[in-house]
Structure formats: C-alpha cells, structure tokens
Design a binder for this molecule. Sequence first.
Ligand SMILES: Nc1ncnc2c1ncn2[C@@H]1O[C@H](COP(=O)(O)OP(=O)(O)O)[C@@H](O)[C@H]1O
Ligand SMILES: N[C@@H](CC(=O)OP(=O)(O)O)C(=O)O
Length: 446
Amino acid sequence: MKVTKFGGSSLANGDQIRKVFQIIKADPRRKIVVVSAFGKQYPTDVKVTDLLISYYLDYKNKKNIKKIQEKLVTRFSCVLQELDLKEMTSVITDKIKNLTELSLENAYVYDQFLSLGETCSALILTAFFNKNGLTASFVSPKEAGILVEGDSAQATLLPQANQKIRLLSKRREILIIPGFFGITQKDEVCTFSRGGSDITGAIIAAGLNAELYENFTDVDGIYAANPNQIESPVIIEEITYREMRELATLGFNVIHHEALIPVERACVPMVLKNTNHPELNGTKIVSRWTIDMPLVGVSSSKGYDLLKVNKYMRNRTASVIRSCFEILEQLNISVEAMTTGIDDFTILIKHNPLSEQNEKRLIETIQERLDPDEVRFTKHLAIISAVGEEMRQQTHITSRATKALAQKKIKIETLLQGSSEVSLLFVVAEHQENKAVRTLYAEFFD
Ligand SMILES: Nc1ncnc2c1ncn2[C@@H]1O[C@H](COP(=O)(O)OP(=O)(O)O)[C@@H](O)[C@H]1O
Ligand SMILES: N[C@@H](CC(=O)OP(=O)(O)O)C(=O)O
C-alpha cells in the first residue's frame, strides 16, 4: 500500500484536483491520501493557510472580519463550482464563519483556524472522489490516531500514536486525511510547523509500514540547487534520507526536514513527483544510493550570526565553553553549530530580529564572566551547505570547494563539517549567498 501526499500546489484549483483524482485512480495501491490546504494558483496568489492566518489576526485584534471571510468563502466557492460540487458551499461557508465562535482564551485557537484549510481540502476531495466513482472516506487526524504534544503550532508526534495509525490498514476504501495537524491528549487541534503536511504523510506512511511514501508537488523532482537561485538545475535521481535532511534543513523547502525522520526510521522509501507530470520518475529518497556523485546538492540559508570568543589557552580551561553555553541558555539562544581552536571558539546562531537587546547582553555577560581577550559578533551571514555521502571518502571535495570560492573572491567566515560527515558548511556574508551557491554548483554540477 502507498501513502500519497499532495501539496497545496497540487490542490490550487479544480483542474489540479482533477489531476489528483486521475493519479489516485491510476494505481489501486494508492489507498491513503494526505492533503494540504489549497495553494497558490499563480505566483501572486495567496495560499489558503495564509488567508486563515490573516483571518485569525483580524479576529484576535477585533478588526472587521467580513472582508477576509468573504475572500475565503469566494476561494472555496470557485473551486466547488469548477468541480460541480456547489451543494458543499454552505457546509464550507459555515465552517469558515463558525471559527469566530472559538474562544481566544484557548491556547490552540490559532491552530484551529489554520487546520481548517486542510480539513476543507480533504472534505472536498472526498466528495469529488465519491461523485466520480472512487469510494473514499474522510478520516480526521483524530480518527487516524495522529496523537501529538507541544505548544501551539509546534506539534510533535507521541510514540503511542502508531498503534492506532496501524489500524487504518484494515480499511478497504480510499482514505483521505487532512495533513498539517494532529490532536493532543486533551483533544486540542495542534498544527506542525509550516509545510507540515509532509510530516503527516511521513507519520502515516511510517505507522502503516507503507511500501512507498509519494509526495506530489509542482516540480519534476528535487533539484541539486534551489531553482529560485539557479536556472534549471539538474534533477537528483536518488538521494539518501540523511542527505535530504541536511539540504531540507538549510534551504531545500521542497520537503519539510522533519518529514524525513519517521520514514527513515521505518525504512519506508519516499519519492517526490510532479502532479503535472506524474509519468516522470521524480526523485527517490532511500537509505543508500547507487549513483556515484561527489556531491548531491548545494543549498543555503541566510539569517545567521557568528559569535567569536578568543581567550588565550582556552584549551586548558574546561569551564570557558561551559560558561558560554550557560549564558546562551539563560538568554534563550540556541546554538546551530560550533568550532573550537586552541585559543578560541566560534558559535553559529540563528539571528532573531526580536532579540537585538539579547545580543548586547550576551557580549556584556561574556566579557564579565569569561574575561576573554576578544569577543566579536558578526551579523548578516548565510550558510552554504554542500552535501553528499561521498564526502566521507573523497577528501578533495573540500579543497575543490574552497578553491572555487576563493577564485570568486568569496570570503569564508568559517568552515564547518556536520558531524554526520555528509555536509560541508561554508559561512559567508549574506550578500554573497547566491554567488557562493552558483560557484559551488558550477564547480560540481555544470
Ligand atoms: N532543491 C529544490 N528542488 C525542487 N524544488 C525546490 C528546491 N528548493 C526549493 N524548491 C521549491 O519548492 C517548491 C515546492 O514546495 P512547496 O511550494 O511547499 O510545494 P507544495 O505546495 O506542493 O507542498 C518548488 O516549487 C520550488 O520552488
Ligand atoms: N498548508 C500548510 C501545510 C503544508 O504543508 O502546506 P504545503 O504542502 O502547501 O507546503 C502550510 O501552508 O504551511
């Protein structure tokens, strides 16, 4: 049995939903369908999830909600008309309007607003399938057993969820499940982080030990670089879960990085395919690949700061690094990566625009408690990540990459190797991010 997830781009309008129907109809092993909220129909369009966020904010701030309600109702009515399902308009309209009956005191009210996008997609798809001859049932995340914990919009799966998820295999008809959220033990709707329908698909595929987790989107596969940075990059035929996790964490937002963990643990192979060209192979995500390539992809992410602390004979004073971590913890700053030298250490931090105040306190406290020779804080940095399992064997990759960057006059602030040994991270100035990606792509793929 296959678990098949469709992203918002595959559900943006009636035509796209018809393609989804054909894809499911074409393969009887596609028994479980996980859906996102309707996505963008054209680049300047607004995703349903983003409309729901605006709706929540207007409701919370006691603004006039009529306009945003109208936008949402129109968005759904148009699709329902295209699909010849006008009889569902009142059901969906009521669901949209009833959101304003929720108490703002509830810690998960934001999640209730957001989750409606996925719930409506699944209800509409179920009605469309049944009307067109494919027997399907709507299965809510509660009924499916997606039991989660966590604060609002930060759901994580509880291990006991798998017992109930497994029972879904007994059902004979096609099951259509809204992605992006689960249910807490206190029966509250709690969403995953943005893009989290990928996580739902992975959880269900792993829980059912599916033969394949298919993730349908709007590109022919995973490219070796973000297509928004490189024009027509090559498509990766096969990639390991570990490589994909490294790339997804830093810039390849085509798959949510948290979606890779459940399928990797359960050894469920995954494939990313295009809803608009389902006949193409797409990209397979597997435990081991068979194709020899020095690198599989180059990704990047901006918005990092680097803290450099220099203290003579640091390596003889065990407490220096510990004290620095304590200060970071007190200021609620989490560490992305670090390097150490005899007299110094460097810590990479995700920049938080809301805590500029913390930066000042961080430097002052380090000066007070660590008595360093020098403390430097460099802002506006980007991480460029070059990823490939072959990196473990091929030492020349580092020298090729640094040489290529130097030739283009790109200054490497710091160079880190992920402890997974499948990634090399180059920290560069933010304004050199795209140039650095283009340079490494040209070196290894052109
Ligand atoms: N390396 C990559 N390969 C393919 N697509 C990528 C990559 N990096 C970023 N993307 C972007 O991811 C998009 C698909 O993800 P997303 O918009 O979340 O789709 P969906 O709505 O189907 O979930 C692509 O249209 C592309 O712009
Ligand atoms: N609709 C949610 C969840 C999701 O996964 O969407 P998509 O599959 O379109 O990235 C979001 O926009 O975050």
